[in-house]
Design a binder for this molecule. Structure first.
Ligand code: 13P
Length: 232
């Protein structure tokens, strides 16, 4: 069974969330299902039968950090997961590897599961192992930091929202490389242009434990099909 995570990004509204929840509550999934809506919609998920996560948080518990979300508060309102260091956070909001590592620690301190995102952009496709190693440097230099079995999501930036997916062999090579760096305790997710047609194939690849899904998670019927897949 896999871990299937929906990242709605900055999409959706209260009516959309209510309809989505109704449709997905009717799904029968043996997978671990996590939905990460925009933070203002988290409260609508009180009667959701699967897990809920946040798309981001700050690395401090509370204080004068206007506009940020506290990991403690996210846990208190029911989040079990937090996406950390998504490529959009890295590129648009200039998040650094150092900050991302601190956020990971803050999420773990609240007994939630961080989903730490890594992945190269198009120019670095041939240099991806170096990019990934650099993005993971704080984790690799702090042995024990991954003991609480976090998730890591490999999302090639060139594959997000483009319909482009690495070949099956490429996925296995990348995931073997990441597995070798991070070990057996962590869960490794693939993200980037996943849909109901390719989800099962991607999840069947060695070392792929789950999926992080953007666009296709905004179509409840398609997301339902993905999470109901039994052959993972
Ligand atoms: P898409 O599934 O829309 O390509 O987005 C992937 C992603 O960024 C999920 O975090």
């Amino acid at each position: 069974m896999g871990i299937i995570v929906a990242n709605w990004k900055m999409n959706g509204n209260p009516d959309f969330a209510d309809n989505f929840i109704e449709e997905i509550n009717a799904a029968d999934s043996e997978n671990t299902v996590v939905v990460c809506p925009p933070a203002p919609l988290l409260g609508r998920f009180r009667n959701f039968r699967y897990d809920v996560g946040a798309q981001n948080c700050f690395c401090e518990e509370k204080g004068a950090f206007t506009g940020e979300n506290s990991p403690r508060l996210l846990r208190e309102i029911g989040c079990k997961y937090v996406i950390v260091g998504h490529s959009e956070r890295r590129s648009i909001f200039h998040e650094t590897d150092d900050l991302i590592f601190k956020k990971h620690l803050a999420v773990v301190a609240e007994n939630m599961i961080p989903i730490v995102c890594i992945g190269e952009n198009a120019e670095n496709r041939d240099n991806r192992e170096k990019v990934i190693s650099d993005q993971l440097s704080f984790f690799l230099n702090n042995p024990g930091s991954t003991d609480k079995t976090p998730c890591f999501a490999y999302e090639p930036v060139w594959g997000i929202g483009t319909g482009l997916i690495p070949s099956p062999e490429e996925i296995e090579t990348i995931f073997a490389f990441i597995r070798n760096l991070l070990g057996d305790k962590v869960s490794l997710l693939y993200g980037g242009s996943v849909n109901a047609k390719n989800s099962s194939e991607i999840l069947s690849r060695k070392n792929v434990d789950g999926l992080l899904i953007g666009g296709a998670s905004l179509k409840a019927d398609e997301f339902k099909k993905i999470i109901e897949e039994k052959s993972f």
